[in-house]
Design a protein around this ligand. Structure first.
Ligand SMILES: C[S@@+](CC[C@H](N)C(=O)[O-])C[C@H]1O[C@@H](n2cnc3c(N)ncnc32)[C@H](O)[C@@H]1O
Ligand SMILES: O=[N+]([O-])c1ccc2c(c1)CN[C@@H](CO)C2
Length: 278
């Protein structure tokens, strides 16, 4: 007899259910949905990706950074989030939960084979933000390939998200994390716990750059791959940061215009946080 259909997620705890969802994450589709026009349109001032790159550029270059090691938490298949930081820190570690994403990053970094997205326009845009001519993008690509030391597995729901020997004892000097915590947590409490877990990877006085979704309850990570998201508002982000031992330096918010809502999620805004670990 046909075994009755059982939802694969029933009976799993919230974190396990989220991990089951991520088994269907499709890097190429994810990049197509979020990192091509209109959301990544460098000819438009109101496009989301240029806004994110401007926030990161300012945060990394306003003179309060120190140290050598930058760690990106939940990198996914994207590199934009370290294109400013790679000029400030001598060592960058990328991390992700899924091997398919780590493979995507490795393909670009080892400059071999077809990548799912051409990062050239991103490199050129960040060069422009740095006052360099866009043709310097080849130098920035070389810089990025030179400073990225490794691409590591990570699980932000573990109290120790990385392998024990992944970081120096003192911890990282800076963390960046974009659209990870709220997209991998079953609820606000788990989001806040994960924020605390990654905080343990950061040295006291180190900085956290956090980009995330506001008011989002789901997103598609491929055709029919619907992933639940913890819907956050600004106040919850600030409270979670405080509860997890960070001091807020700056919070900036981007509100999506109608044409940025392309049907791949129900996100209403994007937050950028620069914070310092107490
Ligand atoms: C929405 S994507 C964000 C990707 C990228 N940082 C960006 O800015 O677009 C969320 C990422 O979190 C990763 N992820 C899923 N579960 C995770 C976990 N338990 N710990 C850390 N990362 C996880 C996924 O593999 C995915 O790459
Ligand atoms: O507009 N964007 O640049 C952009 C980039 C990535 C993501 C979103 C929006 C919204 N959904 C999240 C996953 O929860 C992923």
């Amino acid at each position: 007899a046909k075994s009755h259909m059982r939802s694969p997620l029933l009976g799993l705890n919230g974190v396990a259910a989220m991990k089951a969802c991520y088994r269907r994450f499709d890097p190429a589709a994810y990049l197509q949905y979020n990192y091509t026009p209109p959301r990544a349109d460098f000819t438009r001032k109101d496009s989301i990706v240029p806004w994110k790159l401007a926030c990161l550029h300012r945060a990394f270059t306003e003179g309060d950074m120190s140290g050598e090691l930058l760690v990106d938490i939940g990198s996914g298949p994207t590199l934009y989030q370290v294109m400013s930081g790679c000029e400030v820190f001598s060592k960058v570690l990328l991390t992700d939960f899924l091997e398919v994403n780590r493979q995507e990053l490795r393909r670009w970094l080892q400059d071999e084979g077809q990548c799912s997205l051409d990062w050239t326009p991103y490199l050129q845009h960040v060069c422009k933000l740095e006052g360099r001519r866009p043709s310097a993008w080849t130098e920035k690509a070389a810089k990025l390939r030179q400073v990225v030391a490794d691409i590591l597995p990570i699980d932000v729901h573990c109290s120790q998200p990385l392998a024990p020997d992944a970081l120096p004892l003192a911890g990282a000097d800076c963390l960046v994390s974009c659209f990870c915590l709220e997209s991998v947590s079953p609820d606000l409490a788990a989001f806040t716990r994960a924020l605390g877990h990654i905080g343990k990877l950061l040295r006291p006085g180190g900085h956290l750059m956090l980009i995330g979704a506001l008011g989002e309850s789901y997103y598609f990570a491929g055709p029919g791959v619907r992933i639940p998201v913890v819907p956050l508002n600004e106040a919850q982000v600030c409270t979670s940061l405080k509860e997890s031992g960070y001091t807020l330096i700056r919070l900036e918010v981007y509100t999506l215009t109608q044409d940025m809502r392309v049907g791949v999620d129900d996100v209403t805004g994007v937050f950028f946080v620069k914070a310092k670990k107490d």
